[in-house]
Design a protein around this ligand. Structure first.
Ligand SMILES: [Ca+2]
Ligand SMILES: [Ca+2]
Ligand SMILES: [Ca+2]
Ligand SMILES: [Ca+2]
Length: 167
């Protein structure tokens, strides 16, 4: 039996970052099992844990094969997607274009377009709106919410209702 733990099926990985692979094998007879990773039809490794260098954007097919000493074979396949990030700033091209950032300039990742204490890159990571400093409209800036561990998508009701009750 073989199984791929990482990546998961349909996972989206940004261009420029290495892709980590992790798999497990189990042989009911307890025989030693040799493993092979195949990416888009080409053998790329034999270890259970492995890193592969940055890949071209697009869909990729990953296959994990186990072969025991008696040549019994098992395999599993999944697809994952590499999202274009031409300037390697860890913000995907499509999102950068949508947000009016430059997909050819990595420096904009460190800027804070809405001045809420979160860099544009962190906004991408949190799936927030980099042009709205308070996505849930509760008066606490997104950056402060992330730092304090409150959810920037869910208004803090106490803050909204407390002043009303106090009246
Ligand atoms: Ca980018
Ligand atoms: Ca950029
Ligand atoms: Ca920001
Ligand atoms: Ca907020």
């Amino acid at each position: 039996m073989v199984s791929i733990l990482v990546p998961v099926s349909e996972q989206k990985i940004l261009q420029c970052s290495a892709t980590h692979l992790s798999g497990i094998v189990y042989d009911p007879e307890g025989l030693e099992v040799n493993t092979i990773w195949q990416l888009d039809g080409e053998a790329i490794g034999t270890q259970l844990e492995s890193d592969i260098p940055a890949l071209q954007p697009g869909m990729h097919e990953l296959k994990f094969i186990g072969i025991d000493m008696e040549s019994h074979q098992a395999e599993t396949t999944l697809n994952f997607e590499v999202l274009a990030d031409v300037d390697c700033d860890k913000m995907g091209d499509i999102w950068e274009q949508m947000q009016d950032f430059s997909s050819a300039n990595p420096l904009d990742a460190l800027e804070d377009a809405d001045d809420d204490g979160l860099s544009n890159r962190d906004e991408y990571w949190w799936k927030l709106d980099p042009h709205n400093p308070d996505c849930d409209g509760d008066g606490i800036p997104d950056g402060e919410e992330v730092n304090q561990g409150t959810d920037p998508f869910v208004p803090n009701l106490e803050l909204i209702f407390l002043p009303l009750i106090m009246r």
